[in-house]
Design a protein around this ligand. Structure first.
Ligand SMILES: NC(=O)c1ccc[n+]([C@@H]2O[C@H](COP(=O)([O-])OP(=O)(O)OC[C@H]3O[C@@H](n4cnc5c(N)ncnc54)[C@H](OP(=O)(O)O)[C@@H]3O)[C@@H](O)[C@H]2O)c1
Length: 246
């Protein structure tokens, strides 16, 4: 068994997940990094491997038993799991837009790959987390907290993630397991922003008094929440949005 704490970052090959991995490695964690694209994972294993102990795991959240298989592989490789960060972003066509332009049928699959996936991942990892008192971090979008147009499909699914984490935190404390939500809105330099387009980004930049965050502005909070320094915190919902929403 490895003598460093192990952080499993689902969606670790994404913009925010990669920043979390770099920060965790800098803070002495070993990182198990999940992504979907093998070529991206191979490159990241080499790049991040220069910073510390990292191993990449290919998994598709749509596959049956993805969460249990992923957790079992990580546990077998490292012998322990001390934190799980869910940073997977798996879009579903038709889920965003003005309500009348969305497809109601898109909600069930979106709910399944957001809230359902978070539940399955947390359930699989829980026995490992309770060995030493670990942490679950769920990334969500601000639409789960703050009302916004175009988000009638995504908002309820993200709000459900928050409901799950807050309820879990009340009972998991007895096992020493903590759980938090980190919410983001528009993140500079991230892949999602490229999909949103320049017009909406400019509007968000004007509204965010502190300036929109980069992934590197988000990662330190995640690693802090997973650390012993945050041992008495649980069930919190923290939005890192540069002052865009409050
Ligand atoms: N960036 C933003 O502005 C923004 C705004 C609101 C909310 N968020 C939330 O913040 C979190 C992280 O976002 P991000 O910007 O880092 O996203 P991202 O860069 O698009 O990364 C998404 C991650 O999810 C993985 N993934 C996608 N589909 C998958 C599938 N079917 N099975 C398994 N893994 C899959 C990707 O793997 P590959 O790399 O192999 O594709 C990647 O690791 C997400 O919860 C997202 O919804 C972000």
């Amino acid at each position: 068994m490895i003598d460093q704490p192990v952080m499993l970052i689902a969606g670790g090959s994404g913009s925010i997940g990669q920043a979390c991995a770099r920060e965790a490695l800098a803070q002495g964690w070993a990182v198990a990094l999940q992504g979907k694209t093998p070529e991206k994972l191979a490159a990241l294993e080499v790049e991040l491997g220069k910073l510390g102990t990292v191993e990449c795991f290919e998994a598709d959240v749509h596959a049956p038993d993805c969460a249990t298989t992923l957790v079992a592989e990580v546990a077998e490789r490292f012998g322990r799991i001390d934190a799980v960060v869910d940073s997977v972003a798996s879009g579903v066509p038709g889920i965003t837009g003005l309500f009348q332009d969305t497809d109601p049928a898109a909600f069930t699959p979106f709910y399944d790959v957001t809230t359902g996936w978070l539940l399955r991942l947390s359930h699989a990892a829980y026995p490992h987390l309770k060995v030493r008192g670990g942490t679950i971090i769920s990334f969500v979008a601000d639409a789960g907290i703050f009302a916004a147009p175009h988000q009638t499909g995504t908002g309820p699914a993200r709000a459900a993630c928050i409901g799950f984490i807050r309820n879990l935190s009340r009972e998991a404390g007895r096992d020493g397991v903590r759980a938090h939500v980190v919410s983001v809105s528009y993140v500079e330099g991230s892949d999602i922003v490229a999909r949103i387009g320049p017009k909406r980004m400019e509007t968000a930049r004007r509204r965010a008094g502190l300036g929109l965050p980069y992934p590197e502005d988000i990662a330190p909070t995640v690693v802090f929440l997973c650390s012993d320094k945050a041992a008495k915190m649980t069930g919190q919902v923290i939005s890192i949005n540069g002052g865009l929403n409050a």
